[in-house]
Design a protein around this ligand. Structure first.
Ligand code: MRU
Length: 361
């Protein structure tokens, strides 16, 4: 029997019977496809912190399933006692990574359902939490598909597309965000030529994006991060699509470190730079990118990881921010599930949220 294609796996799932979070260990890809089954708070926190599950929407879905699983483990005589422990676990999961707003967004949704069902403690309340977590996952698939449809309108058959990091299926429930136009285009015979930045230091582009696109039969070429200027200057790229971890009300966008370099280079060569953003990743409570908390990670990710031996002098200072903020004036459009927002983003993002509200009615 042939090996299962990576695209056939669920990025994040729940075993409802066993009450376990089921994820692919993304730190081992592409060499090994190992499925992890997690049920303790520490295991779930570690999986998010260590990037065994990563990508803003996938982190949100994991946190939603995670808090449900932890809620089922709470033994308490009444709702108030239960909620003290629930809030403790919620805050613990929320502390695993700071930049992707989907983590706190999903936990807030779960918290709201918990409070709204306080009178139904315990079985009905737990059922409602499970339903909400499943809804968060299912909505993510719908959202990514919509982003794909809107993104596809921005490109034409045969185009060259560059992407940075992994905003693919492995970062979401399905389709990805930045990869959604690529996958939908693939289904419709668009024959895109995709360039994937390898994405130092954790190589999400090489290990994950190149892997999933290649496994799907997309024409993908892997490049080092410092090669994007050359491919854009050569005229090989018609559009850049990237994902995001947090977009603020003015359109400033935090995404994987190096994204703002790509955006700057794209501007220099007249290539439109698009951010694919589910509304769950847009944080209207922050005015600008200066307010986004940026995660800093261990120096060893730069000096040692992936190398047979250390590739930097012992004791050298290392700066290892996991994300940077792309200024809104470098962004040609923010592609959401409710359409493409254009500058000025302070206005257009409000319109997007208005459409979201209208769609609920
Ligand atoms: O550190 P990671 O791998 O979680 O960073 C992921 C990214 O920066 C993605 O581009 C972003 O989360 C969008 S995923 C649709």
């Amino acid at each position: 029997m042939g090996q299962k294609n990576i695209m056939e796996y669920e990025t994040v799932d729940i075993d409802v019977e066993k009450k376990e979070l089921v994820i692919i260990d993304q730190t081992k890809l592409p060499g090994t496809t190992e499925i992890l089954r997690l049920s303790t708070a520490k295991e779930i926190w570690d999986a998010i912190y260590l990037l065994q599950v990563r990508g803003a929407p996938a982190i949100g879905v994991s946190a939603a399933f995670g808090i449900y699983i932890l809620a089922t483990q709470i033994e308490a005589p009444d709702f108030d006692t239960f909620y003290v422990e629930f809030a403790k676990q919620r805050d613990y999961l929320d502390s695993s990574r700071p930049t992707a707003v989907n983590l706190s967004w999903a936990l807030k949704r779960m918290d709201a359902v918990c409070v709204a069902n306080k009178d139904k403690y315990k079985e009905e309340l737990l059922d409602s939490l499970l339903k909400e977590a499943i809804a968060i996952k299912e909505e993510d698939t719908w959202v990514c598909k919509r982003i794909g449809e809107y993104g596809l309108e921005l490109v034409k058959p045969g185009d060259g597309i560059l992407t940075h990091c992994n905003a693919g299926q492995l970062a979401t429930s399905k389709y990805g965000t930045a990869t959604a136009p690529i996958y939908l285009g693939q289904e419709r015979g668009y024959n895109f030529r995709v360039f994937a930045d390898e994405t130092r230091p954790l190589l999400q582009g090489a290990r994950l994006t190149a892997y999933e696109l290649h496994s799907s039969g997309v024409d993908v070429t892997l490049i080092c991060d410092n090669m994007s200027a050359m491919v854009m200057k050569n005229g090989w790229v018609n559009a850049v699509f990237v994902g995001c971890d947090r977009v603020t009300a003015n359109g400033d966008t935090a995404n994987k470190i190096g994204t703002s370099v790509v955006a700057t280079v794209a501007k220099r060569y007249g290539v439109p730079f698009y951010v694919c953003a589910p509304t769950s990743t847009i944080d209207m409570s922050l005015e600008s990118g200066d307010q986004i908390p940026i995660e800093e990670r261990k120096p060893e990710e730069v000096t040692e990881m992936w190398y047979k031996e250390r590739m930097a002098p012992v004791g050298v200072k290392v700066f290892n921010p996991a994300f940077d903020v792309t200024d809104n004036d470098l962004i040609a459009g923010i592609v959401t599930e409710f359409g493409v927002a254009r500058a000025p983003y302070t206005e257009s993002l409000k319109e997007i949220f208005k459409k979201k509200e209208e769609a609920k009615q």
